[in-house]
Write a protein that binds this ligand. Structure first.
Ligand code: Z5A
Length: 212
């Protein structure tokens, strides 16, 4: 039954290849949930505003070089530095819509050839999402959208490998959305699923941890 003490916000993560539409869809979900009277915030990883985030940003824009393991741990550290705030917000009833999370961390580093289990290890103990919306798009199609920029991972061959690693990370919290549909059609599908999860968490579904 409904217990107000356990009522909390939902942790909703959007994942997918570069250009799959995560940013467009998060910015549409936000006013939708707010309009329904829910407390909601838009987050993204990497969070480039922190000191760790600034190191990540320099790396992504090719202004610095880092060993693959080192940058992996920085991405993870960037989530750890936000973990307690995340828990506080969720417990206070705020739903978080998060653009990329640990799945990006593991998929991108594994695509470089690092062992998957090694990649998952530093993510253990972070909050597990209530829902992962995977915006599914073939790498070739994503590449056609707006053209790739100059950031480090914006290459077709690499995105193909990332897509393969995302596949092995799928679990029961995932919903696969066909991201080749129009922005409006994707938006419509996301609304229904998201609202459902926001209500379930509001009713007191317990928080759980990655990766257990
Ligand atoms: N990374 C990592 O290695 N480890 C980690 O732990 C984390 C991340 C967290 C930077 O991320 C890189 O860091 C990222 C993964 C790695 N590298 N890559 N690739 P970021 O978040 O800063 O960058 P991004 O996630 O790639 O964001 P993005 O380029 O902005 O993509 P997006 O958010 O998915 O797409 P969008 O901006 O909403 O849309 C892209 C374009 O497509 C735009 O012109 C839209 O108008 C258009 N679009 C969107 N939807 C549609 C539909 N449905 N139809 C047609 N056109 C559309």
């Amino acid at each position: 039954g409904v217990n107000n003490n356990d009522s909390r916000g939902a942790l909703i993560v959007l994942e997918g290849l570069d250009r799959c539409g995560k940013t467009s869809q998060s910015s549409r979900l936000f006013p939708y949930l707010e309009g329904l009277g829910h407390s909601v915030e838009l987050w993204r990883f990497p969070d480039r505003s922190t000191s760790v985030g600034k190191m990540i940003s320099a790396y992504l824009s090719n202004q610095s070089q880092l060993d693959d393991h080192t940058i992996h741990l920085l991405f993870s550290a960037n989530r750890w530095e936000k973990r307690s705030m995340m828990e506080t917000k969720l417990k206070a009833g705020t739903t978080l819509i998060v653009d990329r999370y640990s799945y990006s961390g593991v998929a991108f580093s594994s695509a470089k050839g690092i062992d998957v289990e090694w990649c998952k290890a530093p993510e253990i103990g972070l909050l597990a999402p209530d829902l992962v919306l995977y915006l599914d798009i073939p790498p070739e199609k994503a590449a056609e959208r707006g053209g790739y920029g100059s950031e480090r991972y914006e290459h077709l061959d690499f995105q193909r490998k990332v897509a393969q690693y995302y596949q092995i990370l799928r679990d029961s919290s995932w919903k696969i959305i066909d991201a080749c549909q129009s922005i409006e059609e994707v938006e419509k599908q996301l609304r229904e699923i998201v609202l459902d999860h926001v209500i379930t968490c509001h009713k007191g579904k317990p928080l759980s941890l990655l990766w257990s």
